[in-house]
Design a protein around this ligand. Structure first.
Ligand code: HEM
Length: 491
């Protein structure tokens, strides 16, 4: 058996240190500015463990009333700042982006799986900058115009598949969202390769989501545990994750290389960059591989589409209003096109509301500070992990529009404005989601086409089983029992 005693000794020492730091009154090293407030500290572990709890964003939003916009956690050598208001999030992550654009140190995720090979998890430095620049070539506001007809076709194709197998809406929507991203990145033509790569992307997402929570594995607190032998359970997960990520990096990339060798490659980010490489980029091929894999493994689009479907089944009036608008503007002879977007304000409000009602990433993707800082009179030490609690922004109390209800009207009321989710859903500052233009177009095409083609209603039993208890809808959310009826209308 592995001897864990020194690990636990390390933990205990860290814990004792944390406890006494707390007892000293949470003073910063400057002695002038206190740390931000936070829940009571316990001996040994401080209060850090609360951050990783299930549905943490609900608990953390609850703390807003008690502690305010900044809630601070520390223990076991780590510090985490939860930021509960949009103003404070923007002040830190946007206005002070120089200091708040790094990602957390992840022993398990980065040292063992190598997640920081992708620019989503890479440190804020040269490698990140180079990969992000390559991705921008495919995802910038003017580049995404080239994908509009593909996005229209994928949406129509999804509706056709749903007519044949409405009960499979859950997997068909995931596949369609994945198809959009994979087409942009690799231009995959074969259905079987496409399916294989999308499943790979979903699986790496599942592994990375857990590994991205600082402290999800003990070695994040006790770094030298990363040298534990391979039979220790977390090492087995790490080996699996590393192999999976190798596949995500290599397999679709090799597919494009092969297609290019045989002259069959269709236009895509990888094809474009490999056939016309920019000058003087060191390790160019590896960077293209990594940038492409980062894009390809970010499939949040379907989570919003699933939230929309769930909402339509529960809020028939909103569905009827959106369909009436589509009937009026688009008619029944053709499906909606991207050019209809500006003429469909209610449909656009439905999309915003789906993003608000079930935020895909309720705590964003963590950032990390690189220097000591002072904000609002509080001390934020170097290397603090910052969690932007966008859940608290989405569900802030509103005396006119009940935050828990699905009410697109809230975005159409100039006398009582609601914050547009586009401001917070895609992250902040230098790390803001580079896929947002592509995602917004896809969301419009998927959702307007579904509204045009189907009536979405609860199952015959009238009971929707998913769970409004499930706060976010992702591929790993247990949605299987959900059995909504998608009844074709305009076909
Ligand atoms: C509704 C859909 C989407 C949502 C809500 C979303 C949200 C986010 C968020 C919150 C972040 C973290 C930003 C931060 O650190 O502050 C992010 C990063 C990222 N997203 Fe998205 N995203 C979506 C779709 C996409 C798509 C379709 C792609 C690719 C085509 C993509 C690619 C990326 C990449 C590469 C990053 C990492 C950026 C970096 O660290 O520099 N996202 N996204």
């Amino acid at each position: 058996m592995i001897d864990l005693e020194p690990a636990w000794l390390g933990l205990i020492l860290l814990g004792v240190f944390t406890f006494y730091a707390a007892k000293r009154g949470l003073r910063s090293t400057t002695g002038i500015h206190p740390y931000p407030p936070g829940p009571p500290m316990r001996p040994l572990i401080g209060n850090i463990m609360e951050v990783g709890s299930r549905y943490a964003w609900l608990k953390l939003t609850g703390y807003k009333e008690q502690y305010g916009d900044l809630v601070y956690f520390q223990g076991l050598g780590k510090s985490v700042l939860v930021v509960n208001s949009l103003k404070a999030i923007l002040d830190l992550l946007e206005k002070r982006a120089n200091n708040y654009s790094d990602r957390p140190v992840l022993i398990f995720g980065n040292d063992l799986i190598g997640m920081n090979r992708t620019f989503l998890f890479a440190d804020y430095g040269e490698e990140w900058r180079a990969q992000r620049k390559l991705a921008h070539a495919a995802l910038g506001p003017s580049a995404v115009k080239d994908y509009i007809s593909m996005q229209e076709n994928v949406s129509i194709e999804l509706s056709r598949e749903l007519i044949k197998a409405p009960q499979d809406f859950y997997s068909l929507i995931r596949l369609a969202a994945g198809r959009t991203v994979i087409t942009v990145t690799y231009g995959v033509r074969s259905a079987s390769a496409e399916q294989e790569f999308i499943i790979l992307a979903e699986e790496i997402n599942r592994v990375c989501q857990k590994a991205a929570i600082p402290g999800a594995y003990l070695c994040d607190f006790v770094p030298w545990l990363k040298y534990a032998p391979s039979w220790v359970p977390f090492q087995r997960v790490a080996t699996y994750g590393r192999r999976l990520l190798d596949d995500v990096l290599d397999k679709p990339f090799k597919y494009v290389q092969k297609e290019m060798d045989t002259g069959k490659a269709v236009p895509s980010l990888v094809q474009h960059l490999l056939s016309d490489p920019p000058e003087a980029v060191a390790d160019f091929e590896e960077k293209v591989k990594r940038a492409a894999a980062t894009i390809f493994a970010c499939p949040q689009i379907y989570s919003v589409v699933l939230a929309f479907i769930l909402a339509m089944a529960q809020y028939p009036e909103a569905q009827r209003s959106a369909q009436a608008e589509i009937d009026r503007v688009v008619g029944t002879d053709r499906p909606p096109r991207m050019e209809d977007m500006p003429d469909l304000p209610y449909v656009n409000a439905v999309i915003k509301e789906a993003m608000r009602w079930r935020p895909t990433l309720p705590l964003g993707v963590p950032h990390r500070s690189t220097e000591d800082d002072v904000y609002g009179g509080f001390f934020i030490p170097k290397s603090t992990v910052i969690l932007a609690n966008v859940w608290a922004v989405a569900f802030q109390p509103d005396e006119k529009y009940e935050p828990q209800a699905f009410l697109p009207e809230r975005f159409l009321d100039p006398a009582h404005p609601t914050i547009d989710p586009a401001i917070w859903a895609f992250g902040f500052g230098r790390r803001i989601c580079p896929g947002r233009y592509l995602a917004e177009n896809s969301l419009f095409m998927f959702i307007s086409t579904l509204l045009w083609a189907f009536d979405i209603s609860p199952p015959a039993s009238g009971e929707i089983k998913v769970a409004s208890k499930e706060y976010i809808l992702r591929y790993d959310t247990a949605l299987a029992p959900i059995c909504l009826m998608l009844i074709p209308t305009n076909t």
